[in-house]
Design a binder for this molecule. Sequence first.
Ligand code: AMP
Length: 542
Amino acid sequence: MNGLMMDQSLLVKSIMEFAEKVNPDVEIVSVTADNPCHRYTYKEAFQRARQLANVIAGWGLSHGDRIATLAWNDYRHFEAYYAIACSGYVSHTINPRLFPEQVEYIINHAEDQWVFTDRDFVPLLEQIAGACPGVKGWVVLTDAAHMPATSLANVHCYETLMAGASEEYSWPDLDENAACALCYTSGTTGNPKGVLYSHRSTLLHAYASLMPDVLGLSCKDVVLPIVPMFHVNAWGNPYACPMTGAKLVFPGSKMGDGAELTRLINEEGVTMSAGVPTVWLGLLAHLRDSGERIDSLQRIIVGGAACPQSLMKEMDTHGVETRIGWGMTEMSPLGSINSLKPEVMDLPEAELDTLRLKAGRPVFGVDMKITDDDGNELPWDGVAYGSLKVRGPWICSSYYKVDESDAHAEAGWFETGDVATIDPHGYMAITDRTKDVIKSGGEWISSIDVENAAMGHPRVAEAAVIGRFHPRWSERPLLIVVRDKGGEDLTGEEVLQFLEGQIAKWWIPDAIEFIDEIPHTATGKIQKVALREMFKDFEFSG
Ligand code: AMP
């Protein structure tokens, strides 16, 4: 017997319609290239989304066609998210920090029909436009006064298009499984792969993200998504905030600018923010130098890469709760989040710190397991480590236009490529990427733990560990360090001594190299492949 409930599709347009009725006056504040402080409301944003839908309707596209954006976090990008997806097309967010050849590959692979771009990325697009014959036109997200001179063909000014468009538009009733957004992974090897989100998956993910132990958002929150809207849809914030009526503050191109972030936090009363560790390190360095405070900020979500303990502890001194999250482009991205269970609250400080640094417990909707090399499931004892696999309604079932992938080898599961432990409380900890695992004498060393310990040294700005060939142990860890400002005379011995007692003795790296900068991927992860290439001729002495 079926239930007698209304059969209503889960569509992204419902977020707009709800927010316009229930949270119309809540503000969206943005920094843009043409305005340091743009301010309007959800009501105005969604009114403009209807105007934009009318503009797009004039392009003669078919439902399901892809429309790309290369843009920072701001209100025009927000309008594009909703207008594209809710009028039946797929909003394809492109990471502008990728190499031009990768952007070109992605535009062609996705068969993007039109591209919305910020002014900053016009030169990049001019380089590759000739190799993207499928693109019918380009729209620069600015007003007429700030239109750049460009060699792009069929280029339009966003505000000029909008000025002539009607505010009347009736959003179509789409299938909830229709695609609404597309994001390519920032893989460090091979071509990026496309992950195609549906209206249903996006809505379920946004619901889940609101839960108290996840992002815990409410109408009292002021949210600053520092994580880019081209990095897994800013971790769902642009969908979750209008659902609950939280105010949104978009930092535009200023996400790496500690002074500007501090200003936004204080002037707008930001309570919650989300971003990768690098942005927090930048913000903390600014606070240290300036002596400024960020008193309104209650919690931050740190994800995308391992969070150093020093970052978490320094945030503690500002009264900011650090919640570590783990996820992937393939998972929309939320997989787990670290909020403390009552039974662990009274652990001694050192033990609690170790626990708080873990990637957290699975979010309802994500089923996870760890398996050994033969695919056998491993216990949740906090010791056994294995390949982390997940399944759930917002996890990709296959990549876009890819017939088969190793990640989907086990039916019904997605293999994340991460190696993890899960403890009896359900807290999962990422120890490595499968490809980065270091095996010394057959035993495994967690590069993330070693990196974290090294970064606790006050004169270490960043640290990375890679495995290098060793004649006796087959592989041993090499520590690569960037000295912090004022750490010019920091020696290798000093760092290695500092590690003693913090990690197992045999995990202590056999050698240390200092470099000026550690290479990062376009989403802020340490590029181990590049480091291994840089140190390919390295030999341990003795
Ligand atoms: P992306 O698809 O760019 O979001 O990257 C996903 C990958 O980032 C994961 O598979 C992990 O390797 C890494 N990652 C994300 N969150 C964390 C975390 N909290 N700790 C360690 N690695 C993480």
